[in-house]
Write a protein that binds this ligand. Structure first.
Ligand SMILES: C[S@@+](CC[C@H](N)C(=O)[O-])C[C@H]1O[C@@H](n2cnc3c(N)ncnc32)[C@H](O)[C@@H]1O
Length: 218
């Protein structure tokens, strides 16, 4: 099945609300567990979340690493408005939310100690936007953790995944999940993107629909 791109930014208020109120407890918790397994438990540096959306993973990171600082960037003002609206609930774990679109956004730090991203890659028309942003804002030793969806082998498999994982969610979320699956990359495509970017990262399939990419900047 060939890739079918979906809209890059998530800017429709109804779409954002459905996404922000969906139950991502299991995959987002898994993301933090994988990140901890890679970077350890006592990180105290400056981190960057690319395509942070409504900030759910940003806060999970900030809570897990209370001595760290976190910049979190997204191109959708609607997503960031939602993130900021619930910020008081998470005041023990502050996050610096930045409105900006990759690759043109100028971030406050010249480089970061950890850069992570969940579910951004499949939104990008050009996947090198992510890999080049990682290179631009990293230094030797920066630890990178990226998770994303994988494109299933067929339309039928994508439809089965929507039924299996999102049948209790609103129609708009089911629609977005289906189109995200169709827009996602295959493992071999990601491996090729990383080779083109000269990034010696590990690419591992961690569920029927998720890939984890980890690596330390050489
Ligand atoms: C599926 S959401 C993931 C949000 C969050 N990382 C999470 O895991 O819940 C993808 C986000 O990437 C943002 N995005 C897409 N392309 C972008 C770009 N070029 N620059 C910045 N943000 C982008 C979208 O606006 C959206 O909020």
């Amino acid at each position: 099945m060939i890739r079918q791109q979906e809209p890059e930014l998530m800017e429709d208020p109804e779409q954002v609300l459905a996404y922000a109120e969906a139950d991502f407890e299991i995959p987002h918790n898994h993301f933090i567990q994988h990140l901890k397994a890679f970077v350890g438990n006592d990180f105290k540096g400056i981190a960057l979340d690319l395509g942070c959306g409504n900030g759910d993973i940003s806060w999970r990171f900030a809570s897990a690493y209370p001595a760290s600082r976190l910049d979190a960037v997204d191109g959708s003002a609607v997503m960031l408005d939602y993130a900021k609206s619930v910020a008081p609930i998470h005041k023990a774990a502050p996050v610096n939310f930045i409105h900006g679109r990759l690759p043109v956004v100028i971030l406050p730090q010249p480089h970061y100690d950890i850069i992570f991203s969940n579910s951004l890659l499949h939104h990008l028309p050009d996947p090198q936007t992510l890999w080049q942003t990682l290179k631009r804002y990293s230094k030797k030793g920066t630890q990178c953790v990226i998770m994303d969806l994988l494109r299933p082998i067929s339309i039928a498999t994508a439809q089965d995944m929507v039924t299996a994982y999102a049948s209790n969610e609103p129609d708009i979320l089911q629609h977005d999940f289906y189109h995200s699956l169709l827009a996602a990359f295959r493992i071999e495509e990601i491996t090729e993107q990383l080779a083109d970017a000269e990034l010696p990262f590990n690419v591992v399939q961690i569920s029927d629909r998720h890939v984890l990419i980890t690596g330390t900047m050489p």
